[in-house]
Design a protein around this ligand. Sequence first.
Ligand code: CMP
Length: 140
Amino acid sequence: MSNRTFAIIKPDAVKNGNTGKVYDRIIQNNFKIISAKLLQMDMPKAEGFYAVHKERPFFKELTSFMTSGPCMVLALEKENAVQAWREAIGATNPKEAIEGTIRKEFATSIQENAVHGSDSDENAEKEIAFFFTKSEILTN
Ligand code: CMP
């Protein structure tokens, strides 16, 4: 079981001034931030990151949204990190997210859903490597 996951504070949350509030949640949930950067994805980067969704009807809308402004990408560490972060963020659709989750509080729609979390250990490692070099990750 990997102890690392990948998170994005998405353009809606950054734009709405919620970056610090999501950081508070990360800290309250006892994750260690082992890397973080603020960036704006260009279209090839967003299309590459979401390649798994390229046949979905919402792909174009999703990549437009994800390139629409800055986002914060993070590598997080905690025991059983993938599951722990998914529990903290809540369901993809904020209408289905339970009270107390990050998406319940900050997401405005299924697309503009404030944060991303990896769905498996394998994808967490791939997603971290997609945004960070090895030397950008804290190891102690
Ligand atoms: P996330 O799980 O972080 O990564 C895939 C994203 O696609 C998801 O968050 C949503 O932002 C978006 N998404 C998933 N389903 C839909 C949908 N039905 N309509 C629009 N966007 C969606």
